[in-house]
Ligand binder design. Structure first.
Ligand SMILES: Nc1ncnc2c1ncn2[C@@H]1O[C@H](COP(=O)(O)OP(=O)(O)OP(=O)(O)O)[C@@H](O)[C@H]1O
Ligand SMILES: [Mg+2]
Length: 519
């Protein structure tokens, strides 16, 4: 039987056609469609149920009811596909007219229980989208107690087609939008990564320890904050300081370095703050200090841990007030400089032992960057060695055919108390010793590097295996890293067991493993 729509229904179809075309937000459009349907079909309520295929359930994202709280309560109801009228419509992919729901075997009573509304008559039509049935549109309870007609059902079915397409399009749009957003973030991240690599090209390092350093450098460069670079001798502190300046907003200003260990008291003060003629013996003319000369640039305080106590107090005042007073002068001068300092001492220990002022430490170390020793990032050794060989070969105008694997192995095993500088010297020496067009072999490595290496024997032998002549703190680090690595090996890499054997908490051991880049 072909049903003929009533004029009011035709009008509604026309109105809704306009609404779909106007691309109103789905969350406005669907309730509008349901409400209009309800009016035209003379129903008490209506809803759209969507299919949750994974759970074989339907849920109510859109409900229009006479009673708002009934609609609200339905939003939490899940309707089983097997065991409901809506489910039967999904499965048969055909519309259904039910005149007495409570006596229909397929009827799911849970929705009535939850909403407190008794369902009598209903119409349900499938929402058919490109990929199949995505849900059902329903109207319930003919006003005045009668039943819906087959014409009503045909009308709802016709309408269901447009609603399904609108929902499907909106979903597709959301998907495209979110994948476009995801792509955008990914491209952004990749760009930043590339830019970072571009920016710090002369600094070699690909392992996790150096990735963290690059990330910190980038943040430091983007802000005027005081940076403290900590790390053993030869780990690249000055290289990093220069790179941070070069990539900062002050890049066009000067970068001036001073070695705080190289001067005694008065001379350091004069070096930093300048002096007036006659301020001390040898001060034959006025002289501008480093802080003034570095105006709008960066002052690099190298070996800041060696600064004498009296200078520490004066430096603190400069940092607090942004002014310097030249030696022999009384008038302060304003300076605008960024401070980057470096130390190979553990400044916290220096503070604890009262050799370094705590207040100055906090001023200088607002943004600490710790450079790992080379032994804690052995993964970078092959790349560094190759870079140093290439640079030395170019300097000597000599062609070198790379480094033999056995030599690389030994380089990766060696101790490197002098860190990257020592590796660079070792590779320069090897290039000088090798014949043109040859590769570097074990024979070109120094006796120290050839005989140095991690013993993998008994953990007790480690204290003896530590490189002699190291400052105690570094020797302790070296020992700790090797000892932990050995215990981890003995415990088959199990962190919990290793922590127990070492008498450490798991968290503490993980911190140490991270610091020493073990695993
Ligand atoms: N990541 C790196 N990539 C390439 N070269 C590096 C790297 N780190 C350091 N170097 C090189 O190693 C040498 C030592 O670096 P730098 O002088 O910056 O170390 P430092 O930490 O300041 O040492 P010190 O404490 O002895 O002053 C330099 O030749 C530097 O170019
Ligand atoms: Mg240095």
């Amino acid at each position: 039987m072909v049903a003929t729509p009533r004029p009011s229904q035709l009008l509604l179809l026309y109105e809704l056609g306009c609404a779909f075309a106007a691309r109103i937000e789905l969350d406005e459009l669907v309730p509008l469609v349901i409400a209009k349907c309800r009016d035209v079909l003379d129903a008490e309520g209506g809803s759209v149920l969507l299919l949750d295929a994974g759970n074989d359930e339907l849920f109510f994202p859109y409900v229009v009811a006479e009673n708002a709280s009934a609609a609200e309560r339905l939003s939490s109801v899940r309707v089983p596909v097997a065991g409901s009228i809506a489910g039967a419509v999904v499965r048969s992919e055909a519309p259904l007219r039910v005149d007495d729901a409570t006596h229909d075997a397929r009827f799911f009573g849970g929705a009535d229980l939850q909403s407190g509304v008794k369902t009598r008559s209903l119409l349900a039509a499938p929402l058919r989208a490109r990929q199949g049935i995505i849900g059902v549109i329903e109207v319930v309870n003919r006003r005045g107690g009668g039943c819906f007609s087959d014409e009503d059902l045909a009308f709802l079915e016709a309408l269901a087609g447009s609603v399904a397409v609108a929902i499907d399009n909106a979903r597709l749009y959301e998907q495209v939008k979110s994948s476009a957003e995801k792509l955008r973030t990914e491209v952004g991240l990749l760009r930043r990564d590339l830019a970072r690599r571009d920016r710090f090209t002369e600094i070699v390092g690909t392992g996790p320890a150096m990735s963290e350093v690059f990330r910190l450098m980038e943040s430091a460069a983007a802000s005027p904050i005081a940076v403290l670079i900590e790390g053993e001798t030869g780990t690249g502190k000055e290289l990093v300081a220069r790179a941070v300046h070069r990539e900062s907003a002050r890049a066009d200003g000067p970068f001036l370095a001073v070695n705080c260990a190289a001067f005694q008291d008065t001379l350091l003060e004069s070096e930093l703050f300048g002096h007036r003629r006659g301020a001390f013996t040898g001060a034959t003319s006025d002289r501008r200090g480093l802080f003034e000369a570095a105006e709008k640039g960066t002052v690099f305080l190298d070996e800041v841990g060696e600064m004498p106590a009296s200078m520490q107090a004066k430096l603190l005042r400069v940092l607090e007030q942004g002014e310097v007073i030249p030696v022999g002068d009384t008038r302060p001068r304003r300076v605008d400089v960024r401070i980057v300092s470096a130390t190979n001492r553990d400044l916290r220990t220096e503070v604890a032992e009262r050799r370094f002022r705590e207040d100055l430490y906090y001023r200088l170390s607002a943004f600490p960057i710790h450079l790992p020793p080379l032994r804690a990032r052995r993964e970078d050794i092959p790349l560094l060695a190759q870079a140093f060989v290439a640079a030395a070969a170019e300097k000597h105008g000599k062609r070198i055919a790379g480094i033999e694997p056995s030599a690389i192995d030994q380089l990766m095993r060696a101790g490197w108390p002098g860190n990257i500088r020592e590796l660079r010297n070792e590779m320069e020496r090897a290039v000088a010793l090798s014949r043109a067009d040859d590769a570097i072999t074990l024979a070109q490595l120094s006796e120290r590097v050839r005989s140095s290496g991690q013993s993998t024997a008994d953990a007790g032998a480690f204290a003896a295996a530590t490189t002699p002549g190291l400052p105690l703190l570094q020797a302790r680090d070296q020992f700790e890293a090797r000892y932990i690595a050995e215990v981890l090996r003995q415990q088959g890499g199990n962190v919990s067991h290793a922590a127990k054997a070492l008498g450490l908490s798991r968290a503490m051991l993980q911190r140490k493993m991270k610091a020493f880049a073990l695993r």
